[in-house]
Design a binder for this molecule. Sequence first.
Ligand SMILES: C[S@@+](CC[C@H](N)C(=O)[O-])C[C@H]1O[C@@H](n2cnc3c(N)ncnc32)[C@H](O)[C@@H]1O
Length: 244
Amino acid sequence: MPRGGPDASCLDRLLQTDRQEYLDRDSAGDAGLEQIKRSVIRALDWTGEVFGNHEKFAKIALDEVADVADPRILELGAGHGGLSRKLLEWHPSARLTVTDVEPASVAAIAAGDLGSHPRATVRQMDATALDAADGEFDLAVFALSFHHLPPQLAARAIAEGARVADKLLIIDLPRLPAPLHVLRLAAMLPWAPLVPFLHDGVISSLRAYSPSALRALADDADPAVDIELRGGLLSPQVAVATRR
Ligand SMILES: C[S@@+](CC[C@H](N)C(=O)[O-])C[C@H]1O[C@@H](n2cnc3c(N)ncnc32)[C@H](O)[C@@H]1O
C-alpha cells in the first residue's frame, strides 16, 4: 500500500521511498555510522525540548489516561527518553516502561536518569513483536517512529500495541498534500547530504503515512481495532487505536 493510502494520487505515489534513514541502518561494527545515529538521536531530543514536542506529546498522552489513577505507560521507539522523562515529571504516579528496538539507544537511556528512576523500567522492545502480556498497559505511545515501519510491519505494530495496551497512541509526522510536500522537500534536499538529522528528516517525510493509509493499516492489523485520527497537515498526525 502506498504511504499516501490506497487512493493516493500519482504525484503522491512518487513522493515515497524505501531508502533507509541513518537510524534504520545496522551500525554493528561501524563506529562512524553509530556516531551519526547518536547525533541524530541527540538532535531529536534537542529539537523536542526547544520546539516543545516533548511537552506537546506528553500532554496528548496524559489526556488519553486522564481517567486512570496510576497509569502504566509503555513508550515504544523512545530514542532518547525525552517524552518518558516529561511524563514522569508531570504525572506523580505514572509508571513508565521506556523501550526502543535499538540496543545502543536503550543502553544510553538506561545509563541516564531514567535508568535509576523509581517509576521507570528501561528495556529493549520491538514495536512489531511486543514482549508483554495482553492488556499489561493502559497506554502505549509511539512518537515520531511509526513511519520507520513498512506497511506490513506497521500493521503488525498497530495490532501489537492495541493488544498490550488499552490504547495505542501514534504521534507522527503529517503527510503533506503532494504539492506542499514537493515544496518542503525542495527546501530540505540541498541540506540533506550535509546534515544527518535533515537527511533522516527528508526520508521521514517521504515515508510518513496519510490518514487514509493509517485507516487501511488498522483494518489490515485486525478488523476488531478501531482507529481515531486527529491533527495532521501543520500539526502532528495523531492516531489512537483501541481494540473493541
Ligand atoms: C525518529 S526516532 C524518534 C525518537 C523519539 N520517539 C522522538 O520522538 O524523538 C525513531 C525511533 O524509532 C525506533 N524504532 C524503529 N523501528 C522500531 C521498532 N520496530 N520498534 C521500536 N522502535 C523502533 C528507532 O530506533 C528510533 O529510536
